[in-house]
Write a new protein. Structure first.
Length: 380
């Protein structure tokens, strides 16, 4: 027996213009638009405001959000919502803006501090209407039951998991990807691939999540390179947007694994792009996990277009791992933690904290703090 949760999805060119109408359908009248300075500069927040006006809604913007959003930002966003008598939220951006919108939604109806909701199913009261507009082919947060927020006091990312966090409506417009740099396209695209691979081998995977994970693996390994190469390649942008959607649906329901558990912990201490951390860790964790899911690793190699007809299951799995490494090289992603500024002295503490992350529960192979430390040293 298993469950599969997802929002209403609006996908396609120009769909960002439906944000206001989507909120109006949910009964909103005064919307808080949660976004970030980059999205404002690109003009997507202004388009969202206009769509609200055209739908007869009033709106205000909250944009004080960092790369790795914090509990203070979530609490500030919630105050703005309450002080302005808002009744719905639109998140416009990547994972940071959308995660803050979700976290603020928790606080405005449930109260307390965001750390009170860390873990699984800690939310008791319904949230206000949530419409999420993704501006990166990356986080998948617009369709997921996750919100990841940095606890600055403990220097760790808190993973909040609840079906209450699944947005009412998710809008995915491939056109907005044209304003993203090659650097951010690469980072977010490798996050998509990590979501797909980790959810595919997760111990909570189901036939429904496998369909989405496999689609995301095939699409991202075929179209991430051309998407990074040109911001004007509309076909590649559309395919990566679809890959991100598939991966988001997969990991929202199958959860993730050791890559994300470690990346969340590192991201709580260092201001690194989440996708960059995943890019470095993914092949090392794949090597570790291959023992637990050899047939799925073989399937991954096939989905990536590798010729494995004459290979053993084990050798085929190694082809999938090498494909991921080669992809990271081709698109200019970081290849080691040390080049990003990670310090070896942090490994003992990070290894212990990572074991407590909710994503570690569904990793396909049992893992100890010593093994986490070993993987981190390999990634240096």
């Amino acid at each position: 027996m298993f469950k599969f949760v997802m929002p209403e999805v609006i996908f396609g060119s120009g769909s960002i213009h439906q944000a206001g109408e989507s909120c109006a359908r949910l009964g909103a009248r005064n919307v808080l638009i949660v976004t970030d300075p980059g999205v404002i500069k690109a003009g997507w927040a202004e388009i969202t405001e206009k769509s609200c006006r055209e739908a007869g809604l009033s709106s205000i913007i909250f944009s004080e959000i960092s790369i790795n959003p914090t509990e203070q930002e979530a609490e500030m966003c919630a105050r703005v919502y309450l002080e302005n008598d808002c009744d719905a939220l639109i998140g416009v951006g990547g994972g940071s803006a959308i995660d803050i919108a979700k976290a603020a939604a928790i606080l405005v109806t449930n109260g307390g501090q965001i750390r009170d909701y860390e873990g699984v199913d800690q939310i008791s009261k319904p949230l206000p209407p949530l419409v999420m507009v993704s501006t990166t082919a990356g986080s998948g947060s617009e369709v997921s039951q996750f919100s990841v927020i940095v606890d600055t006091e403990r220097q760790k990312k808190m993973t909040i998991v609840s079906k209450s966090l699944v947005p009412d409506i998710a809008i995915i417009d491939p056109d907005v990807l044209a304003t993203k740099s090659a650097r951010l396209t690469a980072s977010t695209g490798l996050d998509v691939l990590t979501h797909a691979i980790e959810s595919f081998v997760s111990i909570a995977a189901t036939p429904l999540t496998d369909v989405h994970a496999k689609s995301a693996i095939a699409l991202s390994t075929q179209f991430l390179r051309p998407s990074v190469a040109s911001r004007y390649n509309k076909d590649a942008k559309e395919k990566m947007a679809m890959a991100s959607l598939h991966a988001g649906l997969a990991f929202s329901n199958a959860i993730l694994g050791a890559v994300h558990a470690m990346a969340h912990t590192i991201g709580g201490r260092y201001p690194f792009l989440h996708g960059d951390i995943n890019a470095v860790l993914l092949p090392h964790v794949m090597e570790f996990n291959a023992l637990a899911a050899p047939n799925k690793f073989k399937i991954m190699a096939e989905l990536m277009g590798e010729d494995i007809a004459t290979l053993s299951v084990s050798a085929a799995g190694k082809k999938a791992i090498s494909h991921v490494r080669n992809l990271a090289v081709d698109i200019g992603a970081p290849l080691t933690l040390s080049e990003m500024g990670f310090e070896e002295s942090a490994i003992p503490e990070i290894s212990q904290i990572a074991l407590l992350d909710a994503c570690m529960i569904t990793n396909p192979r049992d893992i100890s703090a010593e093994e986490v430390a070993f993987l981190l040293r390999q990634a240096l």
